[in-house]
Write a protein that binds this ligand. Structure first.
Ligand SMILES: NC(=O)c1ccc[n+]([C@@H]2O[C@H](COP(=O)([O-])OP(=O)(O)OC[C@H]3O[C@@H](n4cnc5c(N)ncnc54)[C@H](OP(=O)(O)O)[C@@H]3O)[C@@H](O)[C@H]2O)c1
Length: 310
């Protein structure tokens, strides 16, 4: 079979095309492109089927695990694919590791080192129990996330664009610094002892629940991350589609009620907004995949992210 690889503007990416076995997979084609154009390793490539000029529909993305023949529509001798360079890629675990390492390191720096004396707040700082517990709570949270990244999550996408590392690190590292600066500030006023203990206790329960949700999500897929999307079942997933986001948001609420800073609440609102958008997309995807037609199960009625509101 001959495969012609063109860019979106119609220019040939691999001069003269590629001759490949009829039984080849899309991943074999990606390797063949890589061997001819060394810059474009397979995870950098997005291959789609060409669309008729002026068409507004989304192009079909070629699945690396499928055979090329599945895309030839009866004509097994030739195929034209459209190539897009996705740019430099990093593993998902690398992306998550760097974005979480920042807050894990930055927060204790504000706790242990009196950076405030360089900002005009001379003298000794007395740390309140709320500030100490907040530091442990925070570090536990980000340490847990790093551990989950390496030992729990089974990602369906192997890589993410390198540019996301810079974007996500900017988000997590700057919010981490902003909150750490205010919670560890010499002028910090703690909430009552009772409020602090109840809120941290509630937050900790939500963190454990969040870990449990991630373990349930892990078990939806095989060890290689294969198996596509499945209806999540069990524990809070029986009532809410994105129970992992629900518990994430509520654990930040616990942290904020215990520490009470504007910085912490700003982060909570931004994080909740981002997760709500993702949760709606995931809910829609599951409803579309499990539509109850042609023998497919019907996605049950569930809240999207924040019962009893959304
Ligand atoms: N504070 C913040 O700003 C913030 C923002 C986002 C996330 N987080 C935290 O980070 C955690 C991970 O976030 P995430 O967005 O990666 O979570 P996620 O997309 O909900 O999923 C976690 C893992 O489970 C898989 N998964 C989800 N639904 C599935 C289904 N129906 N069938 C099979 N597998 C499924 C995902 O696969 P895929 O690889 O296919 O997606 C992913 O590997 C969150 O739960 C939350 O605790 C925090």
């Amino acid at each position: 079979m001959k495969v012609v690889v063109v860019s979106r503007s119609g220019k040939e990416v691999v001069k003269g095309g590629i001759v490949i076995k009829d039984t080849a997979l899309v991943s074999d084609l990606q390797e063949a492109i890589y061997s001819r154009a060394k810059k474009f390793y397979p995870s950098r490539q997005r291959l789609t089927l060409p669309l008729p000029p002026g068409s507004k529909v989304k192009p079909t993305v070629l699945d690396p695990k499928k055979g090329l023949k599945e895309y030839t529509e009866g004509n097994a001798d030739s195929l034209t694919v459209v190539f897009k360079d996705l740019g430099p890629q990093v593993a998902y675990s690398t992306l998550f590791f760097w974005e979480y390492l920042g807050p894990l390191v930055i927060y204790p720096l504000f706790y242990y080192f009196n950076v405030y004396k360089y900002l005009g707040y001379g003298g000794e700082r007395t740390m309140h129990p709320a500030q100490t517990l907040a530091m442990y709570y925070w570090c536990f949270h980000y340490f847990k996330r790093i551990m989950e990244t390496f030992f729990v999550h089974r990602f369906s996408h192997a890589t993410s664009p390198l540019s996301n590392v810079f974007r996500n690190c900017a988000y997590y590292w700057s919010f981490g610094s902003y909150i750490a600066f205010h919670v560890n500030h010499p002028l910090y006023t703690p909430v009552s002892d009772l409020q602090m203990k109840i809120a941290f206790g509630f937050g900790l329960i939500c963190q454990v629940a969040n870990l449990y949700c991630h373990l349930l999500l892990r078990n939806l897929r095989g060890p290689s991350g294969s198996g596509g999307y499945v209806i999540p079942q069990g524990f809070l997933f029986n009532i809410v589609t994105c129970a992992n986001y629900t518990t994430e948001i509520y654990q930040w609420l616990g942290f904020n009620i215990a520490t009470q800073t504007v910085a912490g609440y700003v982060f909570l609102v931004v994080a909740a907004y981002i997760m709500t958008n993702w949760a709606f997309a995931k809910h829609r995807r599951l409803k579309k995949l499990f539509d109850g037609k042609d023998g497919r199960p019907k996605y049950p009625r569930r809240w999207v992210i924040l019962p009893p509101f959304i």
